[in-house]
Ligand binder design. Structure first.
Ligand SMILES: [Zn+2]
Ligand SMILES: [Zn+2]
Length: 203
């Protein structure tokens, strides 16, 4: 095993957060309020959205994109960290994009099978398989001038929860957290703001 094998080939990408997500209980047991943390990456000609999921209104996504000088038709690629609706619901905002998940690339009526593990979406954007929360979870590793950014649902927020209450496989989750911590200088979690990992970050 080569050390740092998970690093993207290049470090030319630029990373932005379109929306900082959250997850909290509502006033009754059947209601909760949930929004995805949504990322945007530029790398060469690639314009990539990570997890275009639930938000209070699509305006939240579109205004943030517009502030960066982009329109939805510019988006070349969308990555789903996994298949839950809170991370996928607004995918149709991006009509020209290829859609990436753990086992395929989708565009129009074309389903191209491929494993996410080791797939370079662009020179600075590498997908790896990180099951745990669900069997279909992937992490997007992005090379920037400041280091490697990991977009991942291995954490909901900076502080955890240490044991993901919805995890399919906690052993895999903990192993994959360690894998990602070996390379990431910044983590963009599923529902919180980006954070710099340190010794308090749940393993
Ligand atoms: Zn989920
Ligand atoms: Zn989630």
């Amino acid at each position: 095993m080569v050390e740092n094998a998970d690093r993207p080939d290049s470090s030319s990408a630029e990373v932005h957060i379109l929306f900082n997500g959250y997850a909290r209980d509502g006033d009754t047991p059947t209601i909760s309020y949930v929004a995805s943390t949504i990322g945007f990456i530029r790398d060469g000609n690639a314009r990539v959205i990570i997890d275009p999921g639930m938000v209070p209104s699509t305006v939240s996504i579109l205004e943030s994109l517009a502030a960066l000088g982009e329109v939805p038709t510019n988006i070349t690629d969308v990555v789903f960290s996994h298949h839950h609706p809170d991370h996928t619901l607004n995918a149709a905002l991006f009509p020209n994009a290829r859609f990436h998940d753990y086992w395929a690339i989708y565009k129009g009526d074309t389903w191209e099978s491929r494993e996410a593990e080791g797939f370079h979406l662009s020179p600075s954007i590498l997908l790896i398989a990180t099951p745990g929360h669900t069997p279909q979870d992937i992490t997007t590793l992005v090379g920037t001038h400041e280091g490697t950014v990991a977009f991942t649902h291995l954490w909901w927020f900076a502080e955890g929860p240490a044991e993901d209450p919805l995890a399919d496989d906690l052993d895999a989750l903990h192993a994959n957290r360690i894998r990602v911590l070996q390379v990431a200088s910044l983590i963009v979690p599923g529902h919180g703001a980006p954070f710099t990992p340190d010794e308090t970050t749940p393993r």
